[in-house]
Write a protein that binds this ligand. Structure first.
Ligand SMILES: NC(=O)c1ccc[n+]([C@@H]2O[C@H](COP(=O)([O-])OP(=O)(O)OC[C@H]3O[C@@H](n4cnc5c(N)ncnc54)[C@H](O)[C@@H]3O)[C@@H](O)[C@H]2O)c1
Ligand SMILES: [Zn+2]
Ligand SMILES: [Zn+2]
Length: 368
């Protein structure tokens, strides 16, 4: 066991605290990782606000890269010294999803078996089974995905959650491809990554929608061809206006794929009506437990056809997707640096939440 500094949310809605935690030595199937960088994701804030569940105290942080320090006795997939991006989808290999060849939908993903604790022995709940606003963290070895050690930790660590979720929402879940028309509602870290993913996949038209002009400016840099400030104009009408129907049958038009990267009933409803007939809605923003499906006539669900999907973690398979995306980054084809607005210290997470609330940042990244 060793003691390290870490950021913990002790109680619902209260500011997070930098404190000392106990990290057990790795047992079977586990690894201890020396964290080098960890992004501040909106999901960390959801945890702090009790929006995910009530299992306080939480050890926050889950978009991280670092170096494996030690591994349990039976671990062969990673070794001390490996540079890794941490993932929250260590697939089991034997559940029904894994058996049918769709491990990205694994029902039984692995986390560390032992618990990290506060100094007094209180067990911590690591955010998304990771907990990486910490000098060191204990994870399942399968949560460590080896990538090119020459890559910048602050940038590639973001693949561990938000950026992967956005890229994958477009490419994996939405099946955006060459020539697609795409709209993305909400252009924070996740939505901006969906825009970058749509650009990478060759989408013909990429419409960024946000209520914050700074996010729209940034979206343009990442590949948006058009921007819509939905504080000023109706998002559905604006998207339809930019994606007119290809025929003269008189329907309204809309994008082939609309991604809701906010996760609220009103933005999901916009996504629903802003997609073309037989188009796809992808919900990647995370709603809170009290939110309900908006009031939409069932005949509209039937009559518009297409598919209404949710995207957990961009339907990614870390072992397949992380090394490939790091290669694209190293080749200059995927600008992960554009997502790192600032590098901060481990004591600055609460201030980073304020900046996120104020819309000042895409990602603040804790660098250790
Ligand atoms: N599905 C997943 O696997 C996954 C993974 C990571 C994060 N998320 C979720 O994705 C969401 C976005 O995360 P983020 O880190 O990008 O957050 P963020 O706070 O950086 O970005 C949210 C963006 O939405 C914009 N916005 C807010 N209300 C809006 C509205 N009504 N219309 C248009 N735009 C609006 C904000 O201006 C901001 O730019 C969160 O709910 C987060 O929990 C999901
Ligand atoms: Zn499985
Ligand atoms: Zn996240």
């Amino acid at each position: 066991m060793q003691q390290v500094k870490a950021v913990v949310a002790l109680a619902k809605g209260e500011p997070v605290q930098l404190t000392t935690i106990n990290v057990p030595d790795p047992g079977p199937g586990e690894a201890v990782v020396k964290v080098q960088a960890c992004g501040v994701c909106h999901t960390d804030l959801h945890y702090r606000e009790g929006g995910i569940n009530d299992d306080f105290p939480f050890l926050l942080g889950h978009e991280a890269a670092g170096v494996v320090e030690s591994v349990g006795p039976d671990v062969t997939d990673v070794a001390p010294g490996d540079f890794v991006v941490l993932n929250w989808r260590a697939v089991c290999g034997s559940c029904r999803a894994c058996n049918r060849g769709e491990p990205q939908y694994c029902f039984a993903t692995h986390n560390a078996t032992q618990k990290m604790t506060l100094e007094d022995g209180t067990e911590l709940s690591p955010a998304l089974g990771i907990g990486a606003f910490a000098e060191k963290t204990l994870v399942a070895s399968g949560q460590c995905t080896k990538v090119d050690p020459a890559a910048r930790a602050a940038a590639v660590g973001l693949l561990g959650c938000g950026v992967m979720a956005g890229l994958g929402a477009a490419i994996n879940t939405g099946n955006v491809t060459r020539g697609s028309t795409v709209a993305v509602i909400g252009c924070g870290g996740v939505g901006a990554a969906a825009i970058a993913g749509a650009a990478l996949a060759g989408a013909a038209r990429i419409i960024a929608v946000d209520i914050d002009e700074r996010k729209l400016e940034n979206a343009r840099k990442l590949g948006a061809t058009h921007t819509v400030n939905s504080k000023d104009v109706d998002a559905v009408e604006a998207i339809r206006g930019l994606t007119p129907p290809a025929d003269d049958t008189g329907h309204e038009g809309g994008a082939d794929v609309v991604i809701d990267a906010v996760g609220r009933p009103e933005t999901w409803k916009q996504a629903f009506y802003a997609r073309d007939l037989a188009g796809t809605v992808v919900l990647v923003g995370v709603p809170t437990p009290e939110m309900k499906v908006p009031d939409i006539p069932l005949i509209d669900v039937f009559g518009r056809g297409g598919s209404l999907k949710s995207s957990w973690y961009g339907d990614c398979l870390p072992s397949r997707d992380f090394p490939m995306l790091v290669d694209l980054y190293q080749q200059g084809r995927l600008d992960l640096d554009a997502f790192v607005t600032e590098e901060i210290g481990i004591g600055d997470v609460e201030a980073a939440f304020d900046k996120m609330h104020g819309g000042d940042v895409l990602r603040s990244v804790v660098v250790l």
